[in-house]
Write a protein that binds this ligand. Sequence first.
Ligand SMILES: Nc1ncnc2c1ncn2[C@@H]1O[C@H](COP(=O)(O)OP(=O)(O)OP(=O)(O)O)[C@@H](O)[C@H]1O
Ligand SMILES: [Mg+2]
Length: 387
Amino acid sequence: MNQSVILQLKNVTKTYPHRPASSMDSRHTVVLDNVNLTLNHGELLGLLGPSGCGKTTLLRIVAGFESISQGTVSIAGKVVCTNCESLAAEKRNTGMVFQDYALFPHLTVAENIAFGLKNQSKNRSQSIFSRHKPKAQIEQRVSEVLDLVGLSSLQKRYPHQLSGGQQQRISLARALAPQPTLILLDEPLSNLDVQVRNRLRAEIRSILKASATSAIFVTHDREEALAISDQIAVMRQGKIEQVGTPEDVYLNPASRFVAEFVTQANFLSATKKGSVWLTEIGEIPISQPELGDRHYAEAEMGDLMLRPEDITLIPDPKSNIVIGERQFLGREYHYCVSTASGKKIYARTNSAQAIAVGSRVNLGLNLTSGRIFPKFDGRDKSLASVS
Ligand SMILES: Nc1ncnc2c1ncn2[C@@H]1O[C@H](COP(=O)(O)OP(=O)(O)OP(=O)(O)O)[C@@H](O)[C@H]1O
Ligand SMILES: [Mg+2]
């Protein structure tokens, strides 16, 4: 893959004026806080984070719909935005796909796609569409992108004659038609039902790869981000907490927040006792000096992360851990067990292991991926540094 950088955000901060308590109120709300991000050519970056963390704001800044308060944004090596200058959105050669499709209802599928190309002819004096036979070239490009999204037979339909999934593929075709440097997708699948959503996320990835288009895909669905992305950036309260491959982020979460948000792991309070950590389910031998985490070395207390798939249930009538819920999901069972203190722990086992609700069990732990997130004065290290 060509690794040239297509998008770079350096120390980007975005603030909005604080809701004025009085006209003298000069406080600001920080929505993006010193964000650094790099996207390489042809890569698909999943931007993942809870509602309100700044995902849409980041996309709108890259697209040119929002200004910034500090930092720089560069697209294909050219600075497009600083705190005092900003290149107009239509000159940035980016395409956007929105959650609500945003197709023009009075135009057919082919006309919707051609719309962006005709506008491009006006905006780009050097455009290949601005000179010889623009109409024929536009028609050819419309037919190419319809082929790419597999909907050639629908070009004469109007948006209301399409399913949600088809409308979203047309939105993608419309964004791809002008051959943008970068496509920005803001929760494009969140209006679709689960089955269409799962199928379409794979399709979107292969369409973007087939056209070698770089993209940022915003979602707050961790599974979607893991499934579709080359790299994932996890955001929280306007900051990027971790960037890495889906495997990196899942297996080596950089903070308790990332671990909780991305892996949906269990967390148990733990106290250091010599070389082990004491928890209510026993002494856990975890050492993670390889992480080079100075906070870990100093900590006396922490949260032990245990993934549901790393826990096995061992029936034992004398145990004080009880199975509270069991769900059959085809290939596996999901269990929720309660400890003596009432703490709930989630486990997943393959479907060969069916244990009745109410049974008592011990927990077998695969500790290769267990992690301690240090806490100081009862607070998690990442929280302490973020707030
Ligand atoms: N024009 C604005 N003026 C003031 N605050 C704003 C403005 N636009 C967004 N915000 C605030 O910035 C924060 C981030 O908003 P943003 O839309 O980027 O979040 P998001 O991560 O996309 O959330 P969601 O997942 O719900 O779409 C929110 O707290 C929001 O209220
Ligand atoms: Mg949003």
